[in-house]
Design a protein around this ligand. Structure first.
Ligand SMILES: Cc1cc2nc3c(=O)[nH]c(=O)nc-3n(C[C@H](O)[C@H](O)[C@H](O)COP(=O)(O)OP(=O)(O)OC[C@H]3O[C@@H](n4cnc5c(N)ncnc54)[C@H](O)[C@@H]3O)c2cc1C
Length: 386
């Protein structure tokens, strides 16, 4: 993949690598993985470097990098720990969603909160509204110049550490069209966080329930029109899907690095196991999966840089890469043999970290539904025949 890097991209990646070598040492990552806790204090240097604002335009305090470069940087970070990386990705995707859906003033207010060094979260899911995101029950009731927000959001990445949320609430009883989006500052009365999810993987990422109990926000916090909330959510997911794939590719890279290195030094039958065809086949398939994933991600990111919505491409990229990741980490554990399931070796954690990638940002089942629906639209009225 190095051939696709520009000089600027190489420099950013080197900078991130140096930062991660110092901050996310194996001992530190292992400690927080064991605790199942987000290492909030370890984000200060990341904030100082502006890693949460890489793609955000300079006028809002960001670095103004293209999506394609931002993606490569986050992929590198995910090689160290994908939970740490997703904490930053969720923050910048929330701000980017506000920039897409809201006014320049709203984007500035949101940016002013996170730019000095704070987290943000996107709160859509509820206990009964997962894949069926349009069935959100939390309500936003108009009260003069304000809205009163009430409801519980579940499985929210950065839920307990965020200083600001983008939340989707029901303003009318008209299905998807009755949803509206709001920016909600954490300092508002009535917000509380519930239990932090004790997950099998991605344990450095905070996932929590967030409760909104009659939270009053001014109407100027509504993003876009009343009823535009579903669209805001879908546009945000288009972005975050592509970035989730990026993190998955980072885990894949790490799995390949660890597996090839191990296969070269581990000997059985008086020779390194990398000399056995069955092992070679696993390593080669891992490398093919990584290379194809990186090319697919680069293509989607370039399309995003050109202003495309990538509804189908984001779904295809997320599905392909995260499915491929499952095969890669399973084979990585296999290459390590018994040591693969030992916590003393690195691939056990990679396997635990990987599973959720097929689930969040829309499960891979529903991505396939989206892809097929887009194909249906594309082919409507198209004459096929040579
Ligand atoms: C670690 C983590 C972080 C998350 N972060 C966030 C966040 O920051 N913000 C947020 O809003 N949400 C977040 N989520 C929620 C996540 O988006 C949902 O878990 C996901 O959309 C699936 O919803 P569900 O868990 O309710 O599963 P369900 O919707 O109950 O799905 C269960 C199964 O049924 C299948 N299924 C359901 N409907 C269909 C259908 N129509 N066709 C085919 N198959 C179907 C699914 O694919 C799945 O296999 C997070 C989840 C996790 C685990």
């Amino acid at each position: 993949m190095a051939l696709l890097y520009t000089q600027e991209q190489r420099e950013f990646i080197r900078m991130v690598q140096e930062f991660a070598d110092q901050t996310l040492t194996p001992e530190v990552v292992s400690k927080y993985d064991h605790l199942g806790q987000c290492p909030v204090e370890l984000f200060k240097p990341a904030f100082d470097m502006g890693l949460h604002m890489l793609e955000i335009p300079e006028e809002y305090g960001g670095a103004g990098l293209p999506y394609s470069t931002t993606a490569m940087v986050f992929s590198k970070l995910a090689e160290y720990d994908a939970g740490y990386a997703i904490t930053l990705v969720s923050t910048f995707v929330a701000l980017r969603s506000v920039m897409l859906a809201g006014s320049a003033d709203q984007a500035r207010r949101f940016a002013d909160i996170i730019e000095p060094g704070a987290f943000a979260a996107f709160a859509l899911s509820e206990s009964d509204a997962g894949t069926d995101a349009g069935s959100v029950k939390s309500t936003a009731t108009r009260d003069g110049d304000d809205y009163i927000l009430t409801g519980e959001k579940t499985f929210i990445t950065n839920g307990s550490i965020a200083n600001v949320y983008v939340g989707i609430f029901r303003t009318a009883d008209t299905g998807n069209k009755g949803l509206s989006a709001f920016m909600i500052e954490r300092s508002r009365e009535g917000i509380s966080v519930g239990a932090h999810e004790d997950k099998m993987g991605l344990r450095l990422s905070d996932t929590s329930t967030v409760n909104f109990d009659h939270v009053r926000v001014p109407a100027s916090n509504r993003l876009g029109d009343e009823g535009a909330g579903f669209k805001v959510a879908m546009n945000s997911l288009n972005l975050s899907r592509a970035f989730v794939a990026t993190l998955a590719a980072g885990i894949m890279q790490r799995a390949l690095d660890e597996s090839v290195s191990y296969a070269r030094i581990r000997s059985q039958f008086k020779r390194p196991i990398i000399r056995f065809e069955a092992v070679q086949e696993m390593l080669a398939d891992m490398a093919i999966a990584l290379e194809t994933s990186q090319v697919l991600i680069h293509n989607t990111m370039t399309m995003m840089d050109q202003g495309n919505l990538v509804r189908k491409e984001g779904a295809m990229t997320k599905t392909y890469v995260t499915d491929a990741l499952q095969r890669v980490v399973t084979d990585a554990v296999q290459v390590f043999g018994g040591y693969g399931v030992s916590k003393a070796y690195p691939v056990e954690k990679l396997m635990r970290d990987s599973k959720v990638f097929q689930i969040f940002e829309g499960t891979n089942q529903i991505q396939r539904v989206t892809i097929a629906n887009e194909l249906d639209k594309e082919y409507a009225g198209k004459e096929v025949g040579r």
